[in-house]
Design a binder for this molecule. Sequence first.
Ligand code: B12
Ligand code: SF4
Length: 454
Amino acid sequence: MNRILFVIPWSSFFVEKVGPSFAEAPERAPEGVVGLATWLNTQGFEARIADTQMLLRRNQGSVRQTLDELWALCMDFRPEVIGFSFFTARFEHVETIFKNLVERYDTAGLKKPMMIAGGVHPTLLPELTMSFIPFDALILGEGELPLLRMLRGEPLEAIKGVYCPHGGKAEKADILENLDELPFPDWDLVDKAYYTQPSHQVSNTALHRVMPITLSRGCMYRCNFCAHSCFLRARCHSADYCIEKMKSVAAQCDIDTFVIQDSSIGNFRTHWEDVCKKLIKMGSPYRWWANLRANQADERFLKLMKDAGCIKLFFGFESGSPRILERMNKRITLDQCRKAARLCHQLDIPFYTSYIINYFDEDEEDMRLTEELILETQPTSLAINKFSPIPGSNDYEKSRDLLKPYIQTVHDWTTLGRLLSPVHFGNMTPERFDYWYQHFQSLRFKINAHENPD
Ligand code: B12
Ligand code: SF4
């Protein structure tokens, strides 16, 4: 087999509607799939991408038109394998696309390509995925090595990480130990002009043209609500590779601003210090935003980052209540949050803080403590998320029985994946929860409106 077409499903927000502009509701460029396709192309195969998340928006939300364009692409490229990539939030759209493609191949009397899937959702819930969508095979875990073996024609049963219908082994694929073996992403595989339109990805008030970049995988923490470390083993590229990758993406996409997607750049501290020093030596040519855990923030590190071009930091403070932080296994203290915020103010680094409400057993006193921490730390931007146990997290495992009545259909799963579970996990009436939710939203609105453009 030689030709593989990756399908990136669209997201729910824009189905049959003309959403807000790209600037207001930007789409993050799909680095995971572009990376996989580039890898296969450099190994001698022919990989292309059907980016329906972009097509749907370009088609003003028209599913029909987007499916027609996808079909035209299939007819032009004639893939032997079609590979869907998705997390839980896009499950139902994968079903729509899959069914439509199968129907079109049948109607045209053409042999259907091998239909496979990979990514977070099929990896975590292979049996469930197959029960809704009859794929020929799923790939569990990181896709590089099993895809290579599959395209080389090895029997599916012999490939570690391949899960077939009717009782396949749910074993994760072998991984590339050295991430530096990966080629830099070839951004010509998708519409890079679309993804680099000016938007508010980095600032609520200023527009930037940005691209995402990933310089490590996984996370060595295991916060109970998070699925980040569900299968990606924590490891990073060398500092030299990181610099060359930044140069490559900046040149390809004509940008100088990055959203660094890594879980926390403090997870590989010495490595990141090296990257910063190298950037400073180059005259700090790029601006970037990155995630950092509160317990990893200190003056020396933050100053180094600022000098190396950091224009915003994202912290998951999650709650102002020590009791709730403990239940989340967040492994940060309020003092560490206060210190991180104080340093950002002192060094003039804009910072974004994110909180989760509706957590198990959370009461109104916990909410009050969260409000207190927000007011005390005065972030540049604020996010308030309703807790929903996401597949891949410890909290999902704990809540399976409770969630069961709410996750019957593929749409219910999609809703759960979008973090919109209807369950109240806190210790207060739904009315009081709504009061607090609205209260936090108005606080968020006020804070986010006051960011200073850089
Ligand atoms: C970047 C990112 C985003 C970007 C997506 C960019 C894009 N278009 O790809 C944005 C910002 C849009 C996003 C949004 C959301 N995200 Co997100 N996101 C991530 C993040 C941080 C990194 C993804 C990534 O690039 N990983 C690195 C690459 C190498 O891994 P990968 O993409 O999984 O690909 C590898 C394998 O999965 C496999 N593979 C992937 N595709 C395919 C396809 C085939 C055919 C094969 C064979 C293999 C294969 O091979 C790849 C290489 O090894 C992950 C964290 C994580 N651990 O993955 C969360 C994560 C995927 N997101 C998550 C969530 C919950 C969300 C949101 C719901 C959050 C929210 N508050 O709304 C939204 C959903 C929006 C929507 N409605 O669609 C969860 C998903 C959990 C789940 N069970 O679904 C994760 C795991 C984070 C977490 N903390 O829990 N996200
Ligand atoms: S919340 Fe952040 S630190 Fe915790 S597991 Fe997820 S990515 Fe890691």
